[in-house]
Ligand binder design. Structure first.
Ligand code: ATP
Ligand code: MG
Length: 270
């Protein structure tokens, strides 16, 4: 691609397909991953919420890297739109068990599985991404997975990840059984202005950029427009690189503004 050659980049710097060991994990995110790791070690159920594109799923990937070293067996599910029966089938398949259709059968299959893993000193954790999309009847049944052995420990520790409205749903009276069992409650905020600059620079370096390609005021405007959501930063920064390469321009505030103006406004789309 011409724009990559123009800037001497080895790959598209803001693509979403990036290896776990290439993730940007500044101190603030490392602390969040530490809290998640601690929650899993304590066999807590965990909730992580944040606005779209702030990097929740990438935090889960950083968590996966850490937990795999510590003898955890992670099962990741993002198919949260399933009805209860399909959810159980999916859960069994994800755990490598033959599908079961009823809550009781799933419960027994999973307790057996968990016991076996325990003998091998492996600790299962079930990561449920996009959890705000869970059907209410699935959510109501999740607390069945949440108690085990006279409620002394969870059968299968859950890490629920979703948009901030997930927290609001969980605090509804009808979900209080599950909510009261979620002891680790975390949120991931948008990047601060300094983070945005650091993030852009980090990803450019991973793509072999040999100097800063964005001026400070360009980064300031990217931050303003994206409101610190990394997915939006990715999109705007990529559009800036392409336009700058095409027109042989530097990436300053004016160029970011041009890119921004070329995007259909949110109001027009609605
Ligand atoms: N730690 C990170 N390191 C590198 N890139 C990241 C990181 N976090 C997020 N990104 C970039 O931002 C994009 C969006 O991140 P992610 O998918 O994790 O957001 P999300 O909070 O899960 O969004 P959604 O709520 O829509 O699922 C990723 O595709 C990636 O390009
Ligand atoms: Mg996500």
């Amino acid at each position: 691609m011409k724009w990559l050659t123009h800037f001497g980049l080895s790959e598209s710097p803001f693509q979403k397909d990036l290896a776990d060991d290439k993730l940007w994990v500044p101190t603030s995110r490392r602390r969040l991953v530490d809290d998640l790791v601690e929650g899993c070690h304590e066999r807590h159920h965990v909730l992580l919420v944040g606005e779209p594109g702030v990097g929740k799923t990438c935090v889960l990937r950083a968590l996966r890297q850490r937990l795999q070293q510590d003898g955890f067996r992670l099962t990741y599910c993002h198919n949260a739109t399933l009805g209860r029966r399909d959810f159980y089938r999916h859960l069994c398949l994800a755990l490598g068990l033959s599908p079961k259709a009823t809550a009781a059968a799933v419960f027994y299959a999973i307790s057996d599985h968990v016991k076996q893993l325990g003998e091998e000193r492996l600790h299962p954790v079930f990561l449920l991404d996009e959890a705000h999309l869970l059907h209410q009847d699935v959510l109501e049944h999740l607390h069945i997975l949440a108690n085990y052995e006279w409620d002394q420990k969870p059968l299968l520790p859950l890490v629920l990840v979703g948009l901030p409205e997930m927290r609001e749903r969980l605090t509804l009276r009808k979900n209080r059984s599950l909510w009261s069992r979620i002891h680790t409650r975390l949120s991931l905020g948008a990047a601060e202005p300094g983070d945005t600059a650091e993030y852009v620079s980090f990803r450019l370096k991973r793509a072999a950029a040999d100097h800063e390609l964005f001026s400070t005021d360009a980064l300031g405007l990217i931050h303003e427009v994206s409101q610190g959501a990394l997915r939006d930063i990715d999109r705007i920064a990529t559009a800036c690189l392409k336009l700058a390469a095409k027109r042989k321009l530097v990436i300053d505030r004016e160029l970011v503004a041009r890119v921004q103006q070329a995007e259909p406004a949110l109001d027009d789309a609605e």
